[in-house]
Design a protein around this ligand. Structure first.
Ligand code: HQG
Length: 181
């Protein structure tokens, strides 16, 4: 499978596993899981056939590890980024001292007022390093990198979750914990 095809199928899977499973006639199970056999049958029935080997390649080769199989490989889910109501059964974890968030200059006045909000997603997404945050922010033009005093937030009782792919998730980041504003 070439990169272009992998990207196309990855976007197709993200769209359905995060946002619109119902368009494929699927319902996400607890944890966001979908049986692999059901997913592949639904993709084929909706004009985008994906083979088992191709699916494994997409999951393993995905630049941001957007998808994961369960332990026995019979179910698949998006690791984060959902807009549908789903309990990912995330386990709270101790974050590193500093995390990073890449955003667009236009968002800064609002962020100064209200801090980072989860907007359309389930959580605010934070990056483990500045370079990753820069890439996230660059999706919206010239990026601005904010630092997040994650250990201080954690010490104040705010829970952090690590998704399976290195992204840190939190409900909100109040402005006093942000640097670079
Ligand atoms: C901004 C992609 C105004 C926030 C990426 C961001 C990431 C505010 C936008 C993942 C705000 C939300 C997540 C406030 C935050 N006022 N704007 N108070 N608080 N914002 O896409 O973090 O390819 O929901 O800075 O690479 O950009 O989908 O979040 O600019 O990992 O796997 O509101 O999505 O990964 O945008 O990106 P998003 P994000 P995938």
């Amino acid at each position: 499978m070439d990169t272009k095809q992998a990207t196309r199928l990855s976007k197709f899977l993200s769209y359905h596993l995060r946002h619109h499973p119902e368009e494929l006639g699927l319902t996400l199970q607890e944890g966001g899981w979908v049986p692999v056999a059901e997913l592949l049958a639904a993709c084929a029935a909706h004009g985008t056939p994906i083979g088992e080997v191709e699916l494994t390649e997409i999951v393993a080769g995905n630049d941001k590890k957007r998808f994961a199989f369960d332990a026995d490989g019979t179910r698949i889910r998006a690791q984060q980024g959902h807009s549908v109501e789903v309990d990912l059964q995330l386990v709270a974890a101790m974050p590193p001292a500093l995390l990073y968030h890449g955003t667009a200059p236009a968002a800064l006045p609002a962020i100064r007022q209200t801090g980072l909000q989860k907007m359309e997603r389930h959580h605010v997404h934070l990056s483990p390093d500045a370079e990753t945050a820069r890439r996230v922010g660059a999706r919206r033009g010239q990026p601005v990198i904010l630092t997040v005093a994650a250990a201080a937030m954690h010490a104040a009782g705010i829970e952090f979750y690590e998704s399976g792919n290195g992204v840190w998730l939190v409900d909100a980041v109040p402005p006093q914990y942000l640097g670079g504003l």
